[in-house]
Write a protein that binds this ligand. Structure first.
Ligand code: PGA
Length: 277
C-alpha cells in the first residue's frame, strides 16, 4: 500500500475531563466544527461520558460532507474480557458505546505501571472485540537526550506486539491499528517535537514493524504524532508524508483548536488523495 492510502486520523483524548452533563455538548460542537472530508475524527472521553458523546455525534450535523461521522473511542481497556477486576472496563463492554480505544498511553504506563507485555494483551483484547486501536509509544526526555529515543520505541513496540499477528492486525481495515508516537516530554508540556524528528521516529517505527513481519514494511500502519499538538504546530506534522494525523490531548477540549487541526489534516488528506489518484 502506498503512503497516500493510509487513513488520516485526528483523535482527541479528553483524559480525565468532562462529565456526562457537559460532554455531549462539547462533542456536538466539535463534531459540527470539524466536518472535513477525508479525516477520521475520533473523540475519546472518559468512560462515564461515552454514552453522552455517542448520542451527541450520532446526528446528521456531525457528519462530514463525505458522509463520514465522528467515532467514539475509549482511553483504555482491560486485558481480560470479564472477571474479578474491580473498577475495570473490558473491551467487549464497550459494544454500542465505542468503536475505538487507545492503549499504552504514557500516563497509564506511569500511573498504572502498565508494562509493554500488559499493553500487548490490551491490544489483543481490543482487536478481538473489534475495536480500532491506537497504540501509544514514546521516549522520556532523558532517553532522547541520551540518543536512545528510537531504541526505546523499538523495545516498546517489540514488547507490545510480541503476541500480535502482524498480518491479521489490520487486514481488511486500514484504520484498525494505528500507532501514536508521543514523546513523553512533549505531553501536556506545551513543548512539541519537531516535525522532522517525528518523521524520523515514524520511519524507525515502520522499520521495527517490518522486522516484526508487518506487510509492506509497516507502510500500511498509520502513525500519528501526539504531544502538545495545537493549531499552531499541526502544520509541521501534517507536512511530513510519514505522519498520518495526530493524537491530541489538551487542545482536543477546545473546539477552535480542533476545528483548525482537523482543517489542516483535511488539506493533507486532499493532497494525498490527489497524489494517489
Ligand atoms: P497533549 O496530550 O496534547 O495535552 O500533550 C497528548 C496525549 O497525551 O495524547
Amino acid at each position: 500500500m502506498i503512503g497516500s492510502m493510509r487513513p488520516i486520523i485526528v483523535a482527541g483524548n479528553w483524559k480525565m475531563h468532562t462529565t456526562p452533563a457537559d460532554a455531549g455538548e462539547l462533542a456536538r460542537t466539535i463534531a459540527a466544527r470539524t466536518r472535513v472530508d477525508g479525516v477520521i475524527r475520533v473523540l475519546c472521553p472518559p468512560f462515564v461520558c461515552l454514552a453522552a458523546v455517542r448520542d451527541a455525534v450520532s446526528g446528521p450535523d456531525a457528519a462530514a460532507p463525505d458522509g463520514s461521522g465522528v467515532a467514539v473511542g475509549a482511553q483504555d481497556v482491560h486485558h481480560e474480557a470479564a472477571g474479578a477486576f474491580t473498577g475495570a472496563i473490558s473491551a467487549p463492554m464497550l459494544a454500542g458505546l465505542a468503536t475505538w480505544t487507545i492503549v499504552g498511553h504514557s500516563e497509564r504506563r506511569r500511573d498504572a505501571c502498565e508494562t509493554d507485555e500488559l499493553i500487548g494483551r490490551k491490544l489483543l483484547a481490543a482487536r478481538a472485540a473489534g475495536l480500532r486501536t491506537i497504540l501509544c509509544v514514546g521516549e522520556q526526555l532523558a532517553e532522547r537526550e541520551a540518543g536512545r529515543a528510537s531504541d526505546v520505541v523499538d523495545r516498546q513496540l517489540r514488547g507490545c506486539l510480541a503476541a500480535a499477528d502482524p498480518v491479521a492486525i489490520n487486514a481488511g481495515d486500514a484504520a484498525a491499528f494505528a500507532i501514536a508516537y508521543e514523546p513523553v516530554w512533549a505531553i501536556g508540556t506545551g513543548r512539541n517535537a519537531r516535525g522532522a524528528d517525528a518523521a524520523e521516529m515514524a520511519a524507525a517505527i515502520r522499520q521495527t514493524l517490518a522486522a516484526l513481519g508487518f506487510p509492506n514494511g509497516g507502510a500500511d500502519v498509520p502513525v500519528l504524532y501526539g504531544g502538545s499538538v495545537a493549531s499552531s504546530n499541526i502544520d509541521e506534522f501534517m507536512a511530513e508524508p510519514s505522519i498520518d494525523g495526530a493524537l491530541v490531548g489538551g487542545a482536543s477540549l477546545k473546539p477552535d483548536e480542533m476545528a483548525a487541526i482537523v482543517a489542516r489534516a483535511g488539506l493533507t488528506a486532499a493532497a494525498r488523495a490527489g497524489a494517489g489518484a
